[in-house]
Ligand binder design. Structure first.
Ligand SMILES: NC(=O)c1ccc[n+]([C@@H]2O[C@H](COP(=O)([O-])OP(=O)(O)OC[C@H]3O[C@@H](n4cnc5c(N)ncnc54)[C@H](OP(=O)(O)O)[C@@H]3O)[C@@H](O)[C@H]2O)c1
Length: 373
């Protein structure tokens, strides 16, 4: 009998990896908590409440295809938390393909989602394996809201707003800066069109009188997930954090990037962005508090003769991410994904099922839905 624990959490020493371990424990799923520094992984996992009742091991592993392949051999699902994924993802995907493991990560980076689809989508599909970059609050919760709108037929346009209140982690900050180098796309009549740089929006925030400042936030994953969905032809996304001063900083950084860093060779761009990100966020943010860390995912869907608006109010977006990853792994241990190869969380597991799990753990409210046709 295969004694290998079926789920690997890679990057378990990070803020999100630890939360995935917490929820795997609550679902009674045996797991390996892996990372480049075994002592750091152990120290983090030791702080998981109730860890003494979890069935887990800690393993140190080098970040290369051979070492990761050796670790994944005999396992079934890999939850990858080592981002930015455009930098660190390929080795993990290749090791999953070599060992027949389903691959999931938490990316919000459009360029990584596109490259994963293009480079490995067909190979994963051929093996019946899931390749799902981006099972996370940003942007699965918005995808759930979009799919609730699309339950009403005849709507072909998605106008999406994703907002959260909190502090980005170290790797999230690195990711926010890494995506400055990429092109950002929205979907118009089933074609990707590039957002002009320095696009900003003043958005009406559902449930409050004040407006907020938002940006295309790297384009997000939604245009890619809905590109081949025959119901949808147009997708535009606006996103950010609710703190206006943080968004003003993001916009100033984007401007500085365009003027001063973009003209440099790509390697130099990378080094400068990493240095700026390091200067902003080097420490682990505090554990989320539902009274402080709220999230809003709002989707207005429209068509020639129909409108729908779905709002999901939630809290603790890193916890939402941890839970979505753990539930997806738990589901894959019991049944095949609804779609193999490249697929979003909703395509692989169902939007109503994912909503149900987020609600059952107290992380989102029942969506507010209005439909007019
Ligand atoms: N879309 C969303 O809603 C969402 C939500 C949560 C997270 N995320 C993404 O998920 C990723 C992880 O986030 P996080 O909050 O867990 O960040 P974090 O706390 O900074 O953790 C990053 C993890 O990656 C590991 N790591 C970093 N560089 C590595 C390398 N070169 N080789 C091997 N391991 C390396 C770290 O290991 P050490 O401890 O050894 O440094 C740590 O385990 C980020 O890219 C973030 O943007 C997205």
């Amino acid at each position: 009998m295969n004694s290998k624990k079926p789920v690997i959490v890679y990057g378990a020493s990070g803020y999100t990896g630890r939360l995935v371990c917490e929820y795997l424990r609550e679902m009674n799923v045996p797991f390996i908590a892996a990372g480049r520094d075994g002592a750091r992984v152990q120290a983090v996992v030791d702080k998981v409440p109730g860890v003494e009742t979890a069935d887990y091991e800690v393993v140190e592993v080098a970040h290369d295809v051979a070492a990761l392949t050796a670790l994944f051999e005999g396992a079934r699902v890999v939850c990858n938390m080592v981002g930015p994924f455009i930098k660190f993802g390929p080795e993990v995907v290749q090791a999953c393909l070599a060992t027949g493991c389903h691959y999931m990560d938490t990316t919000g980076e459009q360029d990584w989602v596109l490259s994963a689809q293009e480079n490995w989508g067909a190979a994963f599909a051929a093996k019946g394996l899931l390749l799902s970059p981006g099972i996370a609050q940003m942007y699965t919760t918005g995808e759930i809201a979009a799919n609730i709108c699309l339950e009403s037929p005849g709507l072909d346009t998605l106008d999406i707003l994703v907002l959260w209140k909190g502090f980005p982690t170290y790797a999230s900050t690195q990711t926010i800066f890494t995506i400055l180098k990429a092109k950002w796309y929205y979907l118009e009549q089933n074609k990707f069109l590039e957002w002009p740089s320095n696009t900003t929006f003043e958005v009406a925030v559902p449930g409050q009188h004040a407006t907020a400042l938002a940006v295309p936030w790297g384009g997000t994953s939604h245009p890619i997930w809905f590109k081949n969905d025959p119901r949808v032809a147009n997708v535009k996304v606006q996103g950010g954090v609710t703190a206006r001063e943080v968004m003003q900083g993001v916009i100033a950084t984007q401007k500085m990037f365009d003027e001063q860093i973009k003209p440099l060779p790509i390697a130099e761009q990378e080094a400068q962005l990493t240095a700026i990100a390091n200067s902003i966020q080097a420490a682990m943010p505090p554990r989320e508090n539902p009274r402080i860390n709220t999230s809003i995912d709002s989707v207005m869907a429209s068509g020639p003769l129909g409108r729908a608006h779905c709002i999901i109010h939630g809290n603790c977006n890193y916890k939402q991410t941890g839970l979505l990853q753990a539930y997806s792994a738990y589901s894959l241990l019991q049944q095949a994904p609804r779609r193999a190869g490249f697929a979003s969380a909703c395509q692989a597991f169902g939007h109503r099922e994912l909503l149900g799990i987020l609600k059952s753990f107290g992380l989102v409210m029942e969506p507010i839905l209005s439909v007019h046709r």
